[in-house]
Design a protein around this ligand. Structure first.
Ligand SMILES: NC(=O)c1ccc[n+]([C@@H]2O[C@H](COP(=O)([O-])OP(=O)(O)OC[C@H]3O[C@@H](n4cnc5c(N)ncnc54)[C@H](OP(=O)(O)O)[C@@H]3O)[C@@H](O)[C@H]2O)c1
Length: 271
């Protein structure tokens, strides 16, 4: 089964911090020696990572804002593909989380909701659309290519304090399942990572670091488990609480999506 060990060049969007940074550096350390391109908005962070980690010139950096307008986003994707024609994988690790209290509707900031949805879902759909012509062409020559997306345990069981975050991750999960099935025959492999609550900077802006640090999964622990999942070639990598929810509510779902797709294609052929 194609897996992370087949990747020759990966762009990790959202790797200036947390989960994306940890996975990017662990992929860089694979014995297969892939090129890893870290990406995010904060140039200073990108510079620091390159300075600290670029030991044998396989680590690159590119400034990337997934909330840029659609034309700018396409230009950024095209530039990466032009500069790295061997690019065979992208990981969407960028994400934000906002708390909203719908019992106090006057406090709900709809601009924040739109930005959260765009960062966590719409931009991923747009970037996937922009990367796919390159991946489909690359994979038609026999090389597998990979799209890695990071959803959440909250994509399966919602957290009412972050209702729109959960909805954005549920949308992304559904999208991943559809394109996983649709792109399989193109040798383009869509892999979904479902973290539980993990040590990162995601909750810092809400002032929740100390409280959450009592229950979150340490980043090293999460990264080790996720890397094992990535090496296994699994289509879905639920970790910790996400694994529990996945077993309880989602077993067999991806297979059902695949079956539904086959039935639809057979019906269309019959017409
Ligand atoms: N930590 C958890 O408990 C948890 C649980 C489930 C799922 N997740 C998901 O895991 C992923 C990584 O989150 P994390 O926990 O590692 O959070 P984090 O430490 O806050 O890192 C978030 C990353 O996303 C990047 N980012 C945010 N907005 C961006 C934008 N507009 N354009 C480009 N990059 C952007 C940030 O880089 P810049 O600020 O430099 O742009 C940063 O590198 C997210 O999708 C998150 O939803 C996290």
């Amino acid at each position: 089964m194609p897996s992370i060990t087949d990747v020759k060049c990966i762009l990790v969007i959202g790797s200036t911090a947390g989960i994306g940074r940890a996975l990017a550096l662990n992929i860089l350390a694979l014995p297969t020696k892939p090129t890893v391109i870290v990406a995010g908005r904060r140039q200073q962070r990108l510079d620091e990572i390159i300075k600290a980690e670029n030991k044998d010139d396989r680590l690159r950096a590119v400034r990337f804002d997934v909330n840029a307008d659609r034309a700018t986003l396409k230009k950024s994707v095209d530039e990466v593909v032009k500069q790295y024609p061997e690019l065979d994988a992208v990981m969407f690790a960028s994400g934000v989380q906002q708390e909203f209290d719908f019992t106090k509707p006057e406090s709900v900031d709809l601009d924040k909701i739109a930005e959260e949805l765009n960062t966590n879902y719409t931009s991923v759909v747009n970037m996937t659309t922009f990367f796919l012509p390159h991946f489909i062409q690359l994979s038609s020559s026999g090389r597998p290519s990979f799209i890695y997306a990071i959803t959440s345990s909250l994509s399966i069981v919602s957290g009412p304090w972050v209702p729109c975050y959960c909805a954005s991750k549920a949308a992304l999960r559904s999208f991943c399942q559809s394109i996983h099935v649709a792109l399989k025959d193109k040798n383009v492999h869509v892999v979904e990572i479902l973290p539980p609550l993990v040590e990162s900077e995601l909750h810092d802006h809400q002032g929740k670091r100390e409280a959450l640090s009592k229950t979150w999964m340490p980043l090293d622990d999460f990264t080790e488990k996720t890397m094992a999942g990535l090496r296994s070639g699994a289509a879905e990598i639920p970790i910790g609480q996400a694994e529990t929810y996945h077993k309880q509510f989602e077993t067999g779902k991806l297979e059902a999506v695949a079956k539904q797709y086959e039935q639809r294609k057979a019906a269309e052929k019959g017409n």
